[in-house]
Ligand binder design. Sequence first.
Ligand code: ARG
Length: 468
Amino acid sequence: MAGELWEGRFAGGPSEALQQLNDSFPFDRRMYREDIAGSRAHVRMLADVGLLTENERDQILAGLDQVEEEMASGAFEAKPSDEDIHTAVERRVTEIVGDPGGKIHTGRSRNDQVALDVRMWTRSEILEGIVPIVLQFQRTLLDHAQAAGDAYLPGYTHLQQAQPVALAHHLLAHVWALARDVDRLLDTVDRLDVSPLGAGALAGSGLPLDPSQTAAELGFSKPFDNSLDAVSDRDYVVETLFDLALLGVHLSRIGEEIILWASTEFGFVTLDDAFSTGSSMMPQKKNPDIAELARGKAGRLIGNLTGLLATMKNLPLTYNKDMQEDKEPLFDSCDTVRLTLLALDGMVSTVTFNTDAMAAQADSPYAAATDLADHLVRNGMPFRQAHGVVGELVRRALAGEGSLTELVTANEHLGAEAAQVLEPGQSVRQRTTPGGGAPEVVRTQLANAVDRVGQDQQRLAAALERLP
Ligand code: ARG
């Protein structure tokens, strides 16, 4: 026998192929801190309800400390029977402390244990790993928005030049999208704030366990309401994968803009050498690989989400081994987002905005066509008619009948005063709707965005405070 924790029922050891397919230790060992913290809370509770003596409890706690040290230092020696992190820790504690080790799993199953570990791991990863970097990236964008002053560029729809907007306005659009990502991630943590420990394999226990005590010690607001749900639920993993996929889509769109803007054709940004790559063949090339990878990684983030949804979709209650497939996509999405965010933050924080090139494009007189129509509207003309008047002038200018400025100046409804809006830098100033693209109103928006990021930072700090 290879020493499986469940060998009693079996006449022989597991086949090699079964072991390789079944074992999750190679990837779930990264939850060792959570697993050990859960075991500490569990044995303290067992002692408090009289299922362990104080001496047994203390021996087990000392054993857990040693296993944690071994795991942290890399000294931990895995055995072939270490099917997953839960069996590995229990096996090693029992080797260290002898008989009392056999009591550690009293009233507990790996089904409630794994649910607990994954909840705790996800909670720390969101609060300590991901949200802080999103906030840092938002601050990078805020700094650029601040520094951009009144610089402006063409705004686009259909990737066709539409109306000029302040550069700060454009950058802040990404800040608000990221603020919703932060919101979603923190909401996910609020919702996963339930301890499953005490649910046992599925039905709870006949022993006098106290799930409220372990929940409180592990920093959860409450224990589970339904033991079946507690061991079957992986909503929090799916939700996290969704949050990360959508965050990844936002990063991908930012990446796509950097790629466009860094092209010779746009020339709106110059990338720092430290965050660009070269070509092995073409000496002149400077490539935006980080931005391209930010765009490319969104594919795997979406794949991780849809993969787990497909895994879960027809599982009967309660635990099924299929659910072991939750961890690799979770770890992968978290690692991917963290690394992408750090690299993208580096790239964006060192980028140079070529505001002259932006203004030159934005000052194309055609970009002010809507402002000419608005001028007519202010003088009482119905908008649809104004649209027609200006549209005809644009068509005639494009056909070479004169510059748009000449045609506007000569037009009976428009004239020299209206033509002033075609002067460089004039059109962008017209967009004064609150939340609009004129530099004057963008200043208010910038202050609001700074406030918002500050509030989210506080919400994060409060959530971190609740961690054990
Ligand atoms: N390694 C398993 C997982 O990740 C732990 C739970 C195993 N439970 C069981 N009854 N075999 O899902």
